[in-house]
Write a protein that binds this ligand. Structure first.
Ligand SMILES: [Zn+2]
Ligand SMILES: [Zn+2]
Ligand SMILES: [Zn+2]
Ligand SMILES: [Zn+2]
Length: 299
């Protein structure tokens, strides 16, 4: 008899615990209760505590938005529909710049609009890339802070979906001279490159950290143009520029910016970066340069 009672008691206990306790607060559920994802809740409040919370307004939501580059940040539908800051690429209550770009308050507080300050940062990044990463060139590079319409006007073709915030521009004049030593000898063409000009443009309004990143990316293009000018593959060139940008971000203690580059879903910028990073992991940085030399020879 006693034994049976004991068994009954255990059965009752199991039933109560598994079917009728709120899985959030643990209290016994009375009367009406809520079921979601196979769990029971005593109230709407308890259920909402299990929902993801919006990174902007903090409210729990049932349907929201996730940003590919920042998988740990989720937004409710309303906040997700807000304009995206061109600096941090997150939805926010943004201010509109005169060229139509949106900027959030946090980024605005640290943004650089002044050419002289930007030039200082550019010079310093160039110096550090030369000294710490051995990625330096000795040519004169003009540096300009510009707005979006001017950047778009200067960009070749359409602005890629990778959304570059800067531009590297190399221009030159090709002079072909036809030589004939004697009237009966074969004529020989010689090609001479003159009027070489190097320029880097960056958007005004970038935060200091983002401007450093953009300068590093564009300076990597310059270094590649100087050392491996015949590599035309866009994925390789952008991937390398993004890879150098992550190295410089780390150098400056801005490693938090690298998540965007690493998770960028764009096949050229993100895909290119991941390919270069994987190659370096396997063969080292010198291995990558040997690979570039080989490709440059074929190009
Ligand atoms: Zn509860
Ligand atoms: Zn929200
Ligand atoms: Zn921002
Ligand atoms: Zn680029």
């Amino acid at each position: 008899m006693m034994r049976i009672l004991a068994v009954l008691a255990v059965c009752l206990g199991v039933l109560t615990a598994s079917a009728l306790d709120c899985s959030q607060c643990g209290r016994a559920v009375q009367g009406k209760y809520l079921t979601a994802n196979g769990k029971n809740f005593c109230s709407e409040t308890c259920y909402e505590q299990t929902l993801p919370k919006c990174a902007l307004c903090g409210r729990p939501f049932r349907e929201g938005i996730q940003i590919a580059e920042y998988p740990d940040k989720v937004y409710c539908k309303e906040c997700g529909a807000k304009p995206t800051c061109f600096n941090c690429r997150l939805p926010n209550d943004c201010e509109k710049l005169d060229d139509g770009r949106h900027i959030c308050r946090t980024c605005k507080a640290d943004a650089i609009f002044d050419q002289a300050r930007a030039q200082e940062i550019f010079d310093q990044v160039r110096e550090r890339m030369r000294n710490d990463l051995d990625l330096g060139t000795d040519r004169k590079i003009h540096f300009y802070l510009i707005g979006l319409p001017e950047l778009e006007k200067r960009s070749p073709g359409e602005t890629p979906p990778g959304g570059e915030l800067g531009l590297y521009h190399y221009s030159f004049t090709e002079v072909t001279t036809t030589e004939k030593k004697y009237p009966w000898s074969k004529s020989r063409d010689s090609v001479k490159i003159t009027n070489e000009r190097f320029a880097i443009y960056a958007l005004y309004g970038l935060t200091r950290a983002r401007l450093i990143e953009v300068c590093a990316h564009e300076l990597a293009h310059d270094w590649m143009q100087k050392n491996y000018p015949r590599i035309r593959d866009l994925k390789l060139r952008e991937g390398f520029a993004e890879y150098v940008a992550t190295r410089v971000n780390t150098l400056y203690g801005n490693g938090f910016l690298n998540t965007r580059i690493e998770k960028n879903p764009d096949p050229v910028y993100g895909g290119g970066y991941r390919e270069i990073a994987a190659y370096v992991r396997l063969h080292g940085f010198n291995g990558l340069l040997e690979h570039f030399a080989e490709l440059n020879g074929k190009g």
